[in-house]
Design a protein around this ligand. Structure first.
Ligand SMILES: Cc1cc2nc3c(=O)[nH]c(=O)nc-3n(C[C@H](O)[C@H](O)[C@H](O)COP(=O)(O)OP(=O)(O)OC[C@H]3O[C@@H](n4cnc5c(N)ncnc54)[C@H](O)[C@@H]3O)c2cc1C
Length: 502
């Protein structure tokens, strides 16, 4: 490290910008880095992004967030998974849980024992072997047990929260640790004539902010990576056709569900996200199949409670920057790409970019290109794995009453996904990869929920006699029923953090 502190400039103060500033200020040696964040109140933030994945708890821990404080400040509720309505046959419902199904039997995954029992005619539906699902269906919540052998340790949880309040909360943390916030609209980017590194950004009114390293959190505008550095764009809209959303809050629903809901609509799907004081709703759709007014009408017709405001329209494209790190600029959040919110992965992808950045952050002005190459490799893996999982939902959806759903069934999917579908269909096999989302139970839930069932199972699942296996499966289901019944009401659990006032 040189004598003077390195100047890190975060561009943008949405969820991604403040997550970045909070993490850098929490984890870096204060003497080594000066951190500034530039944002424009006039431009504002995208303002959605209310459902998360369990890994966000690791992020909150990394930056020193107190859970109770966070739940109160961000109007958070607990999330045990996502319920999918209408993605399988007719009005069927299935749940993608943050938890496993059953337990390993005979050294092989539960899905194989379940497939054997199903063939023998005495298996219960797969979701009856999952505690996270049983608890969610009864609107119950309890913190998971620490002991890995206990069925109450078989699940994890995430949050729903108010995105504006989360950004404000992170801002408070970051500013208390020395991050300097600069208000203003960036109108120009100054680059070295030689090498092309960004040297400064120019704000309206001719104020110049110099920096050594820039983190582009400017949202869909992607001021540095997209515009200045021309990082390229990989378009994935032929696989993920939705390109718009209309979002509207509605009154809180009671009892308070500990899960997100995603319901298919004629040209996309509608989310329902339960918060403490309101419910977030939105219709994610493809403008090639429905116009905005019709989408608003379909959204409002599908609400569980009265709307609290006018619907807000958002436009986006499915895809990502070909490179998220170029020269001395790295993109985090929507500036790096967007895969629609069906599985609440966007904040997670920002989180992963921040974690990789902390690991690879340069220690001088001249950036070692191998750092950028490794960052881009890691980000590629994350994006591609999420992409395949999302495409699966569309491609395997059973709904076929409208053109969008018929076209999704017929579309050609990436080879990496067709191989996964094929492997599961034959033998119930899901590769458990080290990096990237999602783990086998997530794939199993979506496959089975949308009608892709394994034709066979591992031979390891044949070892137990039929009676013994049947008894084990019944024992697991009964233990889960008992554990779910022993949990408290989710609304009460949230209220307990808020002095009973949630
Ligand atoms: C319909 C929809 C639903 C979503 N739902 C979820 C979800 O449930 N879960 C999830 O994880 N994610 C979700 N997301 C994604 C999530 O909203 C984003 O990942 C998250 O909000 C991060 O956004 P951001 O900070 O990258 O961008 P933004 O919020 O757009 O912030 C950009 C920042 O850059 C600043 N800026 C831009 N240009 C300039 C300029 N010229 N000068 C100065 N400042 C500038 C803006 O003022 C702002 O502060 C959803 C997204 C959409 C579109």
């Amino acid at each position: 490290m040189m004598g003077r502190a390195m100047q890190l400039v975060v561009i943008g103060g949405g969820t991604a910008g403040w997550m970045t500033a909070a993490a850098l200020s929490a984890r870096l040696a204060p003497s080594g880095y000066d951190i500034v964040l530039i944002e424009s109140d006039a431009i504002g933030t995208v303002g959605v992004g209310e459902a998360t994945l369990p890994q966000i708890r690791e992020f909150n821990a990394l930056i020193g967030v107190d859970e109770a404080d966070f739940i109160r400040a961000c109007h958070a509720t607990f999330k045990l998974g996502i319920e999918f309505v209408g993605w399988g046959d007719g009005d069927s419902r299935y749940m993608h849980p943050f938890g496993r199904f059953g337990q390993t039997i005979g050294g092989t995954e539960f899905i194989h024992s379940w497939a054997r029992a199903r063939d023998a005619g005495w298996a219960r539906p797969l979701e009856e072997y999952c505690l996270a699902i049983q608890a969610a269906r009864q609107n119950r919540f309890a913190f998971p047990a620490a002991d890995g052998g206990d069925v109450r340790a078989s699940y994890d949880y995430a949050y729903h929260f108010d995105a504006h309040l989360y950004a404000r909360y992170l801002r408070g943390l970051a500013e208390s640790r020395g991050v300097r916030r600069i208000e203003g609209r960036i109108v120009d980017v100054v680059r070295d004539a030689e090498g092309g590194a960004v040297r400064s950004v120019v704000l309206e009114g001719d104020r110049t902010i110099d920096g050594d390293f820039f983190i582009d959190c400017s949202g869909f505008r992607s001021l540095l990576l997209g515009d200045a550095m021309q990082a390229g764009w990989e378009d994935w809209s032929h696989w993920l056709p939705c390109d718009r959303a209309v979002a509207v809050p509605s009154d809180r629903i009671d009892p308070l569900p500990p899960y997100t809901r995603s319901t298919t609509r004629s040209a996309g799907w509608q989310w329902r996200i339960p918060l403490q004081r309101r419910t977030g709703n939105g219709y994610v759709y493809s403008s090639a199949y429905i116009d905005d007014d019709a989408a608003v009408a379909e959204l409002l017709a599908g609400l569980d409670a009265p709307a609290q405001a006018e619907p807000k329209l958002l436009r986006f494209r499915a895809g990502r920057r070909a490179r998220s790190w170029v020269g001395n600029c790295v993109a985090v959040g929507l500036a790096s790409g967007f895969l629609e919110p069906l599985e609440s992965t966007s904040i997670h992808l920002a989180q992963m970019a921040i974690v990789f950045l902390l690991r690879l952050l340069p220690d001088s002005r001249s950036v070692d290109p191998t750092l950028a190459a490794e960052f881009n490799r890691l980000i590629d893996v994350e994006y591609e794995r999420v992409r395949d999982f999302l495409i699966l939902h569309y491609h395997a959806a059973r709904r076929d009453d409208t053109p969008l759903w018929r076209d999704c069934r017929r579309m050609a999917v990436p080879d990496s996904l067709s191989e996964k579908i094929d492997r599961f269909r034959r033998r119930g096999y899901v590769h458990d990869y080290r990096d990237g989302l999602f783990a086998p139970p997530s794939w199993q839930a979506v496959f089975v929920g949308q009608g892709i069932e394994p034709a066979g199972h591992d031979r390891l699942a044949d070892r137990l006699g039929a009676d013994e296996l049947r008894a084990q499966l019944e024992g697991i289901a009964r233990e889960i029923d008992g554990a779910a019944a022993g949990m408290g009401d989710h609304g009460a659990a949230v209220a307990a953090f808020c002095g009973g006032g949630a």
